[in-house]
Ligand binder design. Structure first.
Ligand SMILES: Cc1ncc(COP(=O)(O)OP(=O)(O)O)c(N)n1
Ligand SMILES: Cc1ncsc1CCOP(=O)(O)O
Ligand SMILES: [Mg+2]
Length: 211
């Protein structure tokens, strides 16, 4: 697994952001458009429905060879045999998570503040999410946004691949990459776009033109 390739254009799902369209169709359109990894992020679904949705997404993404990450729930990731899990600072602690996951699974961790970045230096994670880069209506229970100076600091002080999330779109992707991000993670820029396919294509081009 080439993790730097996988985090380049990382779709985080949110059915509510899909503007009433079919959730699976939005994700498949994004896959055709070139997203490089997908995170199933479900904050309200029951466990069984979460697992069902994860299995269906895994089947949709398999032909595109796009890794599937499960947000928050290690048990769901194991049940689905997903490629990995993303946890934040209030989720399962790294020390517990790493004992539960089989070797080879992707571990993503959100860093909300400087201490989170330095603490993660001792850990075998796959990528660190600088979260949020900018304030976003898609998630409001966040710490102060990092901004570009904060991103530069994270780049200097972390040995891990960095993905940025929060308020990323076609207009600010370049500056994020130029200031240290290895990839961008988005909800609304793809899920809420008129065409998730074209949005993913355009974001992919913006990232490639900077590398
Ligand atoms: C790629 C990526 N980055 C950050 C987050 C946020 O995780 P967390 O802080 O645990 O918040 P929730 O998403 O669980 O509300 C993420 N999910 N993905
Ligand atoms: C899940 C998450 N974690 C930090 S910001 C965020 C939401 C990102 O959504 P958007 O790409 O629409 O700003
Ligand atoms: Mg979380």
């Amino acid at each position: 697994m080439d993790i730097l390739k996988a985090i380049r254009l990382y779709l985080v799902t949110d059915e509510a952001a899909c503007r009433g369209r079919d959730f699976y169709q939005v994700v498949e359109d994004a896959a055709r458009g070139g997203v490089t990894m997908v995170q199933l992020r479900e904050k309200t679904l029951g466990t069984r429905a979460f697992i069902d949705r994860g299995k269906r997404l895994k089947d949709i993404l398999a032909p595109y060879q796009i890794p599937l990450i499960i947000n928050d729930r290690v048990d769901v990731a194991l049940a689905v045999d997903a490629d990995g899990v993303h946890v934040g600072q209030s989720d399962m602690p790294y020390e517990v998570l790493v004992q539960m996951l089989p070797p080879g699974k992707i571990i993503g961790l959100s860093a909300e503040k400087m201490q989170d970045v330095t603490e993660a230096e001792n850990w075998h994670i796959s990528y660190l999410a600088v979260s949020p880069l900018y304030a976003t209506p898609s998630k409001t229970d966040t710490e102060t946004p990092w901004g570009l100076n904060g991103l530069q600091w994270a780049k200097r002080n972390s040995r891990h691949p960095l993905v940025v999330i929060g308020g990323l779109n076609i207009h600010n992707t370049n500056e994020a990459i130029l200031n240290g991000a290895d990839g961008i993670a988005v909800i609304s820029a793809i899920c809420s776009a008129e065409s998730p396919f074209s949005a993913a294509q355009a974001l992919g081009k913006a990232i490639h033109s900077r590398s």
